[in-house]
Design a protein around this ligand. Structure first.
Ligand code: NDP
Length: 508
C-alpha cells in the first residue's frame, strides 16, 4: 500500500469521540492484496487438511487468550455490552473453529455417488478450494460474521481478503493480528478498508464472495458477481416474526422477547422484529414484559462493564429507528416504554415497547434493526401465520407454545430459513445447522457442512470398474442395427409394465 491514503476516522458510538483511523484502500491496493493472497493460497492448499486444521486450532487458542482485548474493542467500536462480546461474538467463533476443525476430514472427504444404471463405472465428488474468497461484512457483529466465513474458507484451503464495514474496521485489524499470532501465514488473511468502491474492487478480483449486509447492497453485490460469474453467498436482512400462541409459557416468552429484541441493541439480523400476540394472552404478557424493558438502561459500554444494553452503532441507524417509531406512533401505536432518542452524546435510543401496532405502519414491514418491540394483537393462529408470511424477508421466525408438536406444525408453515420453537437467536451458535434466508433474506448459507463445501469447487470424477473396452456400442460408427438395439434396450429397462418390457425386448 502506498503512503498517501485517505483515512476512515472511527468514532465511539457512546461518545462520538474519535477512537482510531484506518487507510482507505485504492482499487490498486485491493488488486495487490488479492494477488499476494493468491500466491500464499497455492502453498496453503497444498498442505494437508490436518495441518490447516491444526493452525486454525492455534488461532482458536489465541482468540481465547485475547478475549478481554476483543471484548474491550467491541464495546468501544461497535458499542455492545462486554458480556455480549463474549457470548455472541467470541464464543460462537471458538465453537465454529472447534466444530469445523474436528469435522473437516469427514465433510471434505471424497463422496462416492452410487450409479443406478451404469454399474460398470464409478463416480465420486471431490472438493477443491476456490482460490481467494472475498468477505464483505456488516457492523453489527464485526468479529463473528467476518471471521466465521474466513475460518471455513481457510480450512477449505482458500485465502481470504476481508472488507469490513467502515463503522467497524478496527476489530478487523485486531482479528488479523490474532490470526497471525496463531500461526496463519500473513498473506492468507488480508484486510482492505473502505466504502462501497473498495467492496466493488474486491468483487472484481476474487474467486467467490461471501456477503453479509443489507438487501439493497446485497442485490448490487450479487449483480456484480453475476457479471463475473463468480459464486456469491448473500446473508441479508430479516424481519423475524415472533408468534405467541394461546398456550405459550408467558414467563419464558417475556424473557425471550426481551433478549431477542434488545440484545446488541436490536441490531441483529435475527432480532425479534414483529411480535404477534394472541389477544387472550396479551395482558399477562405485558405484565411480565414491561418491567423487563424498563429495566434496560442504555449505558456507555466502555465505562460500565455490567451494562445490559449500549448505544446503536451509528447515527444513521438511530435515525432509521427513530423514523419508524415516529411513523408508528403517528398512526396510532402507543409507546408503553421508551419511544424516543436519548439526547446527549452518542447514538442512544430508549428501549421501546409499542402496542396497538397495525399492518399499515412501516415498522411492520421495514427492517428496524434497533431496540424496539412492536406488538400486534391477533385474534387467531391462522391470521398470525398469514401475518408472519406477509414480508419480503424470511430469515428467522419464532413460535412460542407449550405444545412442541403443534409448534412444529405451525413452524413448518412459516416462510423463513430457520424457525425456532421456544427459543430465539441461538441457532447462529450451532455451526452444524444452516444459517440463511428465503425470499429476499439472501441466497445460500453460512454454517453447516454444505457451507464448508461451498467454499470449494465441487468436482466430479467418473472412471471404469471393469476392464476397458476398445470402444462402446453407442460410439462411432453408427451401424444399421444401433437405433433398433437402443430402442429395445430403452423399452426393456424403463418400461413401466412387464407387458411393455416384453414387447420392447421382442422389438415391438
Ligand atoms: P450494508 O449493506 O450497508 O453494508 C455491508 C457491507 O457492504 C459493508 O462493508 C459496506 O461497506 C459494503 N458495501 C456497500 N456498498 C457496496 C457495494 N456497492 N459493493 C460492495 N460492497 C459494498 O449493511 P450494514 O453494514 O448496514 O449491515 C446491516 C445489514 O446487515 C442489516 O440489513 C442486517 O439485517 C444485515 N445482516 C444480515 C445477517 C445475516 O446473517 N443474514 C447478519 C447480520 C447483518 P460500507 O459500510 O463501507 O458502505
Amino acid at each position: 500500500m502506498s503512503d498517501v491514503h485517505a483515512l476512515i476516522e472511527v468514532r465511539s458510538p457512546s461518545t462520538g469521540e474519535p477512537i482510531g483511523s484506518v487507510p482507505i484502500a485504492t482499487a490498486e491496493d485491493v488488486s495487490e492484496a488479492v494477488a499476494s493472497a493468491r500466491i500464499a493460497q497455492v502453498e496453503w492448499a497444498a498442505r494437508p487438511l490436518a495441518e490447516r486444521c491444526r493452525i486454525l486450532r492455534q488461532v482458536k487458542d489465541r482468540v481465547i487468550a485475547r478475549t478481554d482485548d476483543i471484548c474491550a474493542l467491541l464495546s468501544q467500536e461497535q458499542g455492545k455490552p462486554r458480556v455480549e462480546g463474549l457470548t455472541t461474538e467470541i464464543l460462537g467463533l471458538v465453537d465454529l473453529i472447534q466444530y469445523f476443525t474436528a469435522e473437516a476430514e469427514r465433510i471434505l472427504a471424497p463422496e462416492p455417488i452410487p450409479l443406478h444404471l451404469m454399474k460398470h463405472r464409478a463416480s465420486y465428488l471431490h472438493w477443491v478450494p476456490r482460490g481467494v474468497v472475498g468477505i464483505i461484512g456488516p457492523w453489527n457483529f464485526p468479529f463473528n460474521l467476518n471471521n466465521g466465513p474466513a475460518v471455513a474458507a481457510l480450512i477449505a484451503g482458500n485465502a481470504v481478503v476481508i472488507k469490513p464495514s467502515e463503522f467497524t474496521p478496527l476489530i478487523q485489524e485486531l482479528s488479523r493480528e490474532i490470526f497471525i499470532e496463531g500461526g496463519l501465514p500473513a498473506d492468507l488473511y488480508q484486510v482492505v478498508h473502505g466504502y462501497g468502491e473498495t467492496g466493488g474492487a474486491l468483487i472484481a478480483n476474487v474467486d467467490m464472495i461471501e456477503f453479509t449486509g443489507s438487501v439493497r447492497t446485497g442485490k448490487k453485490v450479487a449483480a456484480a458477481c453475476g457479471e463475473r460469474l463468480i459464486p456469491c453467498v448473500t446473508e441479508l436482512g430479516g424481519k423475524a416474526p415472533f408468534l405467541v400462541l394461546e398456550d405459550a409459557d408467558l414467563d419464558r416468552t417475556a424473557n425471550a422477547l426481551a433478549w431477542g429484541g434488545f440484545a446488541n441493541c436490536g441490531q441483529v439480523c435475527a432480532s425479534v422484529e414483529r411480535v404477534l400476540v394472541h389477544r387472550s394472552v396479551l395482558p399477562g404478557l405485558l405484565d411480565r414484559l414491561v418491567p423487563l424493558v424498563k429495566a434496560l438502561e442504555p449505558k456507555d459500554t466502555t465505562q460500565d462493564k455490567l451494562a445490559q444494553i449500549g448505544p446503536l452503532n451509528n447515527a444513521r441507524q438511530r435515525d432509521i429507528v427513530s423514523s419508524l417509531v415516529d411513523d408508528a406512533v403517528s398512526k396510532g401505536a402507543r409507546a408503553v416504554v421508551g419511544g424516543s432518542i436519548i439526547e446527549g452524546p452518542g447514538n442512544f435510543y430508549a428501549p421501546t415497547l409499542l402496542v396497538d401496532v397495525t399492518t399499515d405502519m412501516r415498522i411492520m414491514s421495514e427492517e428496524t434493526f434497533g431496540p424496539v418491540l412492536p406488538l400486534m394483537t391477533m385474534e387467531d393462529e391462522e391470521s398470525m401465520i398469514a401475518e408472519a408470511n406477509r414480508s419480503h424477508l424470511g430469515l428467522l421466525a419464532y413460535v412460542f407454545t407449550k405444545n412442541t408438536r403443534h409448534g412444529r406444525a405451525v413452524a413448518e408453515r412459516i416462510e423463513a430459513g430457520t424457525v425456532m420453537i421456544n427459543d430465539v437467536l441461538s441457532t447462529h451458535g450451532m455451526p452444524e445447522t444452516p444459517w440463511g434466508g428465503v425470499k429476499q433474506s439472501g441466497v445460500g448459507h453460512t454454517h453447516s457442512d454444505a457451507s464448508l463445501r461451498g467454499f470449494c469447487e465441487q468436482r466430479h470424477i467418473n472412471y471404469d470398474l471393469l476392464p476397458t473396452l476398445k470402444t462402446e456400442p453407442y460410439w462411432y460408427p453408427y451401424g444399421p442395427r444401433l437405433f433398433g438395439m437402443m430402442k429395445r434396450l430403452m423399452g426393456t429397462v424403463y418400461g413401466s409394465s412387464i407387458a411393455q418390457r416384453i414387447r420392447s425386448l421382442r422389438g415391438g
